[in-house]
Structures are given as structure tokens and as C-alpha cells.
Design a protein around this ligand. Sequence first.
Ligand code: GDP
Length: 433
Amino acid sequence: KPTVAIVGKPNVGKSTIFNRIAGARISIVEDTPGVTRDRIYAPAEWLGVNFNLIDTGGIELSDAPFMKQITAQAEIAIDEADVIILIVDGKQGVTDADEQVAHLLYRSDTPVVVAVNKIDNFESRTNAYDFYALGLGDPYPISGAHGLGLGDLLDAVIRNFPEVPDDAPDNSLRFSLIGRPNVGKSSLVNAMLGDQRVIVSQVAGTTRDAIDTKFVADQQLFTIVDTAGIRKRGKVYEKTEKYSVMRAMKAIEDSSVVLVVLNAEEGIREQDKRVAGYAHDAGKGIIIVVNKWDTVKKDNHTQQQFEALIRSEFQYLAYAPIIFVSAKTKQRLGQLPSLIKQINNNHTKRIQSSHLNEIIMDAIGMTPTPTIKTRKLRIYYVTQVATAPPTIVLFVNEPELLHFSYRRYLENQIRKQIDFTGTPLRLIARKRK
Ligand code: GDP
């Protein structure tokens, strides 16, 4: 999927426009009890073309002066995006900061579309012409507040998407490693690849520095998504939390299975939970990988205790298996490919309706459906409507009556009968017509 980045000075309306473009898509995403999406990265769509949207304004360097701040944001856009939307303020006119950012963008070969915001009525449209001075082509007048002009802007954006050559589709299993800096992602990749014959492929089309690495194990072709992002080091903004979160979100979108890497030496941090939350919300297969297990002094209970800690800190990931490894000693790394394969199978599993209905009817037999204010929930029929993640629709009398605890009960009953280890399950109640 192509990536579009929004850049511009503070207060030009970047996040309003980000929300306008991404908004429609986000509101239809099923409510899951994970973590709310960070509003700097979101999937979006225009005329049937899907892309990912970044608001670089949300990635801040702490205490950096104004110009350094927006320069870093422009650099992120150049590094990450296929098309950049430069937003300027039509009420303010062209400023020095606009010119400096434009100059930076001008030197990169990423296409830029200039959006002149705050053009709230027809008369002020002429203000937009001043921005021809930036030398970045036609300025598009828009109003984020009123949602005007966005269609023309997005037409221009998707016109600039790179032609994606028909890459011979391989049926490789795509997975990514996500986690805070220094948990050992890059060491794990190297150790896993070890003596494998690696097939490195520069993915054509979208973002230039996304390098995916392919290898074969367990009679399966695997692709490690974005090994470039994992290995990259050096630029100032790469150390910021938001940037690494954004990178992780990109990798998650592009994978079937996500390895959430934790550092046994340091324990669990807030950022670990947030990043894992995105993988859960995105409905991916998930494995929790506890790395640096070699550094921990162990007795008979250490592993159990660590497991209990993970279960209490990541309650929404109760379905994810946990594996304790060491990139340094290679402990248990050999088990990873088959585990990833197994989780992917569960994630794409299809269950016959007859089997599902049996499970649900038995479950109702053991614990009857709840009655709320004299109205009793009735479940007539269930069927799986999608995979990856498995999505099950329950046809009921009144969807509001399926509350959280009974939904969880049904999910647990399904999981008792069918191995869905490592994959979230979506249970959706629909009114039977
Ligand atoms: P990344 O930022 O997540 O890619 O982390 P790196 O792979 O760069 O690892 C960060 C540091 O942890 C490096 O100094 C590694 O040598 C070290 N490291 C990684 N994995 C292990 C491990 O399993 N055991 C030990 N003792 N050190 C590790």
C-alpha cells in the first residue's frame, strides 16, 4: 500500500485534514476492547485506492526549536511516503517556514501536492494562487473545517502514486517483529536467518526503503516485513517514540503474524503495551516473544512468574502464545518458524456453520443467555463470515443484549473447542431480519 504523509507548520490544520481523510474509514472499524488508535497513522481510501496516512506533525522531537522540528518532519515524510501533502495556511499567506520546507521537499524526488487550507469560501480562493511561489505546482484550495476541496486534493494525490509493477505474487507468510528500540529485534532477525539462505528482495513500488527478507523454513516461504526499518539507525527522529510506533504500525498493516518482542532484562513498559495494542486492534495473529532470556537469573518459577506478569499486563492478548528466547544463545529460535506457521493457520481457519452452531447451542445450554430488563437475548444462528481474523456473526433478536461478559463467555467456549491460539476472534451480533 502506498503511504501519504502530511507536513506543514503547526496550526495549519494538519490533524483536522488527517481526520477528514482517514475519518470515514476509522469510524467503521469494529469496536474491539484494545487500545485506541494513535492519531498519527491510519489506513485511508479514495476512489477504491487504499493507502496509509501519516500526520508527521504528531512526531515531535522533545525541546527542538521550531525550524528543526518541521525539518525533521519533512525528512520523515521524504523517507516514509510515496506522496507528500504540504499543508499551508491560506489566511496567513506564504511564510519563511513554508519556503524552507518547500525547498527541502523540492530536492527530494517524492511528489508533493500543496494544499492551501482555511479557504472557507469561494471569494478567498484567489489567496491560493500565491502559493505557486513555492515552486511545487498547482496549489489546491481546501477547507479542513468545512470539508471543501478534499476530493480534488485526493485526486491529485492518487494520480501521483507510483505504478506498482505486477510483482509475481508469492504465497509467502508475512510476519514482522515489533517492539521498543533495543529489545533485540534486529539481533533476532539476524539469528533467525543465521545460516538460512536468505532471499533479499527490494520491494518495488511503494516506499523505497522497505526491504523485505525472504527465507524458507519448515517447508514454508516466509517474508520478514521491513527488515530495513528494523535495522536502520542514526537519524534524530528515529529515537522518538512516536516514530518507532508509526514504523511498527506500518509493519503491522503489512503482516499476517506479528511478533511482539519484549526484553526480559527490562520487563514491560508502557510502550510495549501500546504497540501490542495496535497489533490486536488490527486483528493480526500475535506471538509474544520474550527475548534476552539468557540474561535472567532463573529458578523453577521464573518463567511462570514472567508469564503471569505478561498475562496481567496484556489482558486483551490472552490468546497470544508466549515464547522465551535468546537471540544471543539462539535458545528456542528454531521453534519460531513452525509457531508462526501454526498461528497463521489459526488466523485463516474456517469453521463450518454446523460445527459453530453446535458449540454455541451447547454453550447456551450450560449458561443461558442473559436477560436485561425483562428482555432475553436470543441467538438464532451463527456463521463465520471472514478469516484473518476469524469473524463470526451471531444473528440475534436484539444486538444490544449481547454484553461484554456473555460475549467473552461465548468466545471462550469457541476457543475450548477450536484451536484459535494466537488469533483474535471477532464476534459480531446482528439483528435477524
Ligand atoms: P533492536 O533495536 O530491537 O533491533 O535491538 P538490537 O537487536 O539492536 O539489540 C539491542 C542490544 O541488545 C544489542 O546490544 C544486542 O547485542 C543485545 N541483545 C539482543 N538480543 C539479545 C539476547 O538475546 N541476549 C542478550 N544478552 N543480549 C541481546
